[in-house]
Design a protein around this ligand. Sequence first.
Ligand code: PLP
Length: 413
Amino acid sequence: MTQITREDCAKLDAADPLAPFRDEFVLPDGVIYLDGNSLGALPKAAPGRVADLIEREWGRDLVKSWNTAGWWDKPRTLGAKLAPLVGAAPHEVVVGDGTSANLFKAVIAALRLAPDRRVVVGETGNFPTDLYITQGAVELMGATERRVDPDGPELAEALAAGDVAAVLLSHVDYRTGALRDMAGITRMVHDSGALMIWDLCHSVGAVPIELSAWGADFAVGCTYKYLNAGPGAPAFSYVAERHHATARQPLSGWHGHARPFDFTGDYVPVDTASRFLSGSQPLVADAALEASLDLFARVDMRRVREKSVAMTEMFIDLTAPAGLGLVTPRDAERRGSQVALSHPDPEAGYPTVQALIARGVIGDFRAPDVLRFGFTPLYLRYVDVFDAATALVEVVRTGEWRDPRFAERAQVT
Ligand SMILES: *Cc1c(COP(=O)(O)O)cnc(C)c1O
């Protein structure tokens, strides 16, 4: 097989239907950004939206904006804009709170829907907050947690016990980048009588998702990764319509009430996904999210997926000479929009990522030994993939990472 050249990559960029989107993002000179799976780049439309909210909606129109600027309904209007990205009906998604809080609501709502089953199954390698929140939720509910490797036979074994209320899995594994068969797993979980909660943090905005068609009961996801909504941007909750009248989440605040402006003393949840809301939302942050979702409204997710697969495939091929271990599944069908590599020397992973950052190639490191590179088809070019892969091979081959300045650990890795 002949290796792809930089000229080949430039030709692919020239023919790329998504290429114009790059100009809609702020991207610093000299940086190849392969960390959009951690914090997406800034859409150029976002600062203007945020400024408008602050200066006009807040500064001039003051409290009237709850009605005139649609502040009260923002969790629902943003949910409706996000819904097509996850294959949901507009009224099944609400934007609000953070992923951790929304996980807590979903796990407890699922346990309450299955009072005779007391086990929540999670995955051993999930992002820690999913594990910690599950621990907190089961403790509160007098339930127990079981952890499995969902990519092997353990999940089916756990379900066979017949005591599982709910399963919580990530659609794409944050560390390995493995993409799960949402339809097949959800079917298996339902066949056992349990409910299915999906965490979409590493798939929404990167991978086509069909929550309704694939039968999910609940889902959560964050918006600051592939959805480019900015640091600490609010998360979302998906609640399948069949649970709108019955799912009871524990943070029963006034925004989830059927008639919030009656100001009565008793909680009566509304019969929509809005019952997963709690209190007032960060509307300034919502403005940045809205700018990003309006951009995504013009994006064909199938094209995003095609380009993402082409880019991860290319990066895997081009970095092969570095001799690193491939942590991400080799089969593109089972891969999200990232490539995870491991260095044979466990001490080398972190400094290798730092040496790359010094060269302007920004990826990240996830303990214990994963070098993680995210691919965001809306603002990355094929030539960027080529240059990043070339830099990685050089850093590993030359031992550039051994420079002591790359070993110093920052607070956030
Ligand atoms: C990024 C991520 C989170 C983040 O949770 P926050 O509450 O936003 O800090 C949670 N779960 C997974 C799987 C993630 O990848």
